[in-house]
Design a protein around this ligand. Structure first.
Ligand code: NAD
Ligand code: DAU
Length: 351
């Protein structure tokens, strides 16, 4: 079986659902259930004998030892993290704790387990550390895209903490020979994303008649990837990636934020003829240290492992809007008291 951390979050839950839908191999999901988790997301597999859930903190070494010893995974796919840049600006220490210390603790527990495996199993063991393109900093309009040789230049507490975790993961391969691989992906979107991130926030605010807050001039560029394509890339790296390697994952879909929001407004209007959601767009104070552009050259993943995205931005966004329209109960469920407090904290003070 494989062990997944952070499986109650956005990408981890999509990864588990895709995995169980396409493979026979069991999965254990280790998640401490922070504000970003919604166990109801995995309700459809709760009774599947191939699925197990362990509520545990990756920073807790004893708990990690117990979970790993109990399930004896052949591989670990590590998603668990604090993942929202704006939250990292308001409270960086949670990010250092989970992303740096948590990853290091999980790697230590994994190393102890891996070292004690019989040789054939130790050779076959894999640890995939899921990371972000934000570790490479920001690009100018005419700069070449990020690739595996790009320099680490993180600009936010989130990206700095992810960069720290990438370095620790890399060291476990180089120092101990542990079969670790790191993936760095661009912005994901799709079903089950917590509505603090741009695309789901804009969908739920538009439908609720609330403002659509654009940071700064809205001309910041992100390289959008449908979550299912990110999951298939990770599965491919797990299957055939080379230990010690970094793999960049992207969507070949660079878009300015304002264009993304206009596209969303047009898609939503198809379901509410006559409605003009663009009237809800407002410009608010920019994010401090806001990265201007991300773009990914994923040719290594394409040439070595034969991966490329299957979803275009148009088809992926349409599926995403459909999912949020069809799942208003899920949205209501995650917009709890904590969510309201966050919205007030992040947007209340912005001019
Ligand atoms: P998310 O915030 O939606 O989910 C994170 C999950 O991790 C939650 O279920 C949470 O409960 C769990 N978690 C947090 N701290 C934990 C801890 N100490 N112990 C155990 N579980 C804990 O995040 P996401 O958007 O699904 O991102 C998953 C991973 O992918 C992260 O490592 C992130 O850096 C990376 N990533 C995300 C994107 C993106 O666009 N969302 C892009 C590239 C990489
Ligand atoms: O690039 C990969 C990263 O993408 C992941 O590692 C992170 O986990 C993920 O959160 C995401 O980071 P971003 O900061 O790019 O995503 P976010 O959805 O927060 O913002 C996308 C862009 O939209 C960014 O330029 C900021 C802008 N924005 C965001 C919000 C929430 C707005 O203009 N208004 C908003 O209200």
């Amino acid at each position: 079986m494989i062990l997944v951390t952070g499986g109650c979050g956005f990408i981890g839950s999509n990864f588990i659902l895709d995995w169980l839908a396409t493979r026979a191999e069991p999965v254990v999901n280790v998640d401490v259930l922070t504000y970003a988790a919604n166990p109801a997301t995995l309700a459809s597999v709760n009774d599947d004998s191939r699925y197990a859930f362990e509520r545990a903190d990756i920073c807790d070494r004893d708990a990690m030892d117990v979970v790993i010893a109990k399930h004896k995974p052949r591989a670990i796919v590590h998603f668990a993290a604090e993942s929202h840049v704006d939250r990292s600006i308001h409270g960086p220490m949670d990010f250092v704790r989970t992303n740096v210390m948590g990853t290091a603790t999980l790697l230590e527990a994994s190393r102890a387990y891996w070292k004690a495996l019989p040789e054939a199993q130790a050779t076959a063991f894999r640890f995939v550390h899921v990371s972000t393109d934000e570790v490479f900093g920001t690009l100018g309009a005419n700069d070449p895209k990020f690739n595996e040789l790009s320099q680490y230049q993180p600009n936010s507490p989130y990206s700095a903490s992810k960069a720290g975790s990438d370095h620790v993961a890399r060291a476990y391969f180089h120092t101990y020979g542990m079969p670790v691989m790191v993936t760095n992906c661009s912005n994901n979107y799709g079903p089950r994303q917590f509505p603090e991130k741009l695309i789901p926030l804009m969908i739920v605010n538009a439908l609720a008649g609330k403002s659509l807050p654009i940071y700064g001039d809205g001309q910041q560029i992100r390289d959008w990837l449908y979550v299912g394509d990110h999951c298939s890339a990770i599965a491919r790296v797990l299957e055939a990636g080379r230990p010690g390697e970094l793999y960049l994952i992207g969507g070949d879909a660079e878009k300015a934020n304002l264009d993304v929001v206009h596209t969303l407004c047009a898609l939503l209007a198809k379901h509410a003829p006559g409605k003009d959601y663009t009237k809800q767009i407002t410009y608010v104070t920019d994010r401090p240290g806001h990265d201007r552009r991300y773009a990914i050259d994923f040719s290594k993943l394409q040439s070595e492992l034969g991966w490329r995205p299957t979803e275009s931005f148009a088809t992926g966004l349409e599926k995403t809007v459909r999912w949020y329209l069809d799942n208003s109960a899920w949205v209501a469920d995650v917009q709890s008291g904590e969510y309201k407090t966050w919205v007030e904290k992040n947007y209340g003070a912005r001019a």
